[in-house]
Each structure stands twice: as C-alpha cells, then as structure tokens.
Design a protein around this ligand. Structure first.
Ligand SMILES: Nc1ncnc2c1ncn2[C@@H]1O[C@H](COP(=O)(O)OP(=O)(O)O)[C@@H](O)[C@H]1O
Ligand SMILES: [Mg+2]
Length: 272
C-alpha cells in the first residue's frame, strides 16, 4: 500500500498517484487506486469515471458496519475504461462529505483493499494537522483523520514536492510534520515534481537537489520534469499519463518510480 501525499498547493499528488497506478496495472499488477482526499476527490474526472456514487465513501460506510468483504469491494470499485488490472475507489466530489471518511472506517476500508489487490495506491489529502486543541469533543470527526489513517496504514509514502522556490520550503515544513507523525516506520520517497529544464545556464535539477539536501537532509529525491504537454494529453484522454503520453520524459520517470516501488514479480508473492 503506497500513500501519495504532498502539502497544499497542488504539487501533483493526483497526477502521480493515477500514473503510478496505471503503470503498475500495465505491468501486470492488480492495482487498486483509492481517492481518500477529504478536500475534494479528483481521480474520477481525471480518469473519465462518471459513476455517481463515491466508491471510497461507500467502502468506508460498509467498513463501519463491518460489512466490507471482497465481493462488496468488487461491486463498489469502478473500472477505468478497458483496463482490467486497474480498479478505482472514487473520492468525494463534494468536499462537505468529509465526515464520512472517519479514521476507523478508513482503516477498515483500506485493510479490505489490501486483500483484493497486489498494490493499493492511496491519494491522500494534504493536511496533517490534528486539531485536538481546537475541539473539546474528543469523539468529534476530524477532517484530516483520513489522510493520517491512510498514511499510517501504508507500507510506503510517496511525498510530492513542487520543485519551485515556493513549493520546496512548504514541502520541507510539511514533511517534518509527516515524519514526526510516522516516525521511521514507513519509508518516505521524496518526489520533486515539475522540475524545469535547465535554462539560461542554470541547472534547475541540481538546484532542487541541493535545496532538498541542504534544508531537508534529503539526498535521494526522485525528480520529475515539468511536462505540461504530457499532463494535457492525460487530461484530454482521461487516462493515466503513462498511457496517454507513454514516450514523454515524465511518463518514463513515472514508470521507473512505479517499478522501484513495486517491482514486477513481487505481485506473485501476495497470491494465495
Ligand atoms: N510534472 C508536471 N508537469 C506539468 N504539470 C503538472 C505536472 N504534475 C502535475 N501537473 C499539473 O498540476 C496541476 C495539479 O496537479 P494535481 O495532480 O491535480 O495536484 P494535487 O493532486 O497535488 O492537487 C494539474 O493541472 C496537473 O496537470
Ligand atoms: Mg489531488
């Protein structure tokens, strides 16, 4: 289970989560893509899924009633076009529905997801703040509980940083909160997204690496190029970017990232 997280400011979580799931499905894994963003789901429109009901909220509801089994999950999960290996639990299009994604329900739903897929990719909201101090009722629902529960349920986290002078410090601050929360239990792969090509003699990639190393102690970040054409093709085709623009530099890098996270052949280990 891989959580794709990133701070506010749209660093590219959904684009990357969808592409990773698409790439893993194309390489033979049974992939389940889950939209757990309580600030508004975006995977359904990105993949052209028009089902009315949000699949992940339905899964959470059933998990809360202890009624989510593999058959129910199979019934709820959307298909995304003609991709037999890719299933999707769509998110809440209406952000006001966030209370449906409570912590225990999210945990239960994700546990059931594990049982039906080789790899589960979870697109989580940006916000990790806990508002205990603000809410006197300890049992009150919390909007960020879904993200925290998903991160804590995952085996690995892809942390997405927008590779700009605004995005990097924002990311480093938020990443500290993430690591404080998760400790060393879950490995975090930093992905610097939208790295501009070198221009005017400036080595953009080198500068991004240096900033992450110097201010965040991160020396193994994966860099993804700024590639608006590939993103537009994915949007236009309502398909994962790795499929819509397969030869783009961004797709190549995303396929490599997917392979490093879940090498082909590993899926066999999880078969009964
Ligand atoms: N590597 C990239 N190059 C160019 N545009 C990108 C890249 N990654 C994401 N984008 C664009 O940035 C916007 C926000 O991406 P999205 O994945 O929705 O972010 P988030 O889920 O973090 O809010 C989208 O318009 C997307 O097409
Ligand atoms: Mg998103």
């Amino acid at each position: 289970m891989i959580a794709v997280w990133g701070p506010h400011g749209a660093p590219g979580r959904t684009t990357i989560a969808t592409a990773l799931a698409g790439a893993l499905a194309a390489s033979g894994h049974r992939a389940l893509l889950v939209d757990a963003d309580t600030y508004g789901g975006a995977i359904a429109p990105l993949l052209g899924i028009t089902d009315e009901a949000p699949g992940f909220a339905a899964a959470c509801r059933l998990a809360g009633a202890d009624a989510l089994d593999a058959a129910e999950l199979d019934r709820i999960a959307s298909t995304a076009g003609d991709r037999p290996n890719l299933r999707v639990l769509t998110g809440i299009a209406n952000p006001a529905r966030w209370p449906e994604l409570g912590r225990d329900r999210v945990r239960g739903a994700l546990a059931a997801c594990r049982a039906v897929a080789d790899v589960v990719i979870v697109d989580v909201g940006f916000n990790l703040e806990t508002d205990e101090e603000l809410i006197s009722d300890v049992a009150a629902p919390r909007r960020n509980a879904a993200a925290l529960a998903a991160l804590e349920s995952s085996d690995a986290v892809v942390a997405v940083c927008e590779a700009t002078p605004i995005g990097i410090p924002r990311f480093l601050r938020a990443r500290r909160a993430l690591v404080d929360r998760l400790g060393d239990a879950v490995p975090v792969t930093t992905v610097a997204n939208r790295v501009r090509a070198a221009s005017g003699g400036l080595d953009a990639a080198g500068q991004v690496r240096q900033a992450l190393r110097r201010f965040g102690g991160i020396d193994d970040a994966v860099l993804l190029p700024h590639d608006p054409r590939a993103c537009d093709r994915a949007l236009g085709a309502a398909a994962p970017l790795t499929e819509a623009a397969p030869r783009s530099p961004l797709a190549r890098q995303l396929r490599a990232l997917a392979a490093s996270l879940a090498p082909v052949g590993r899926s066999e280990d999880s078969l009964p």
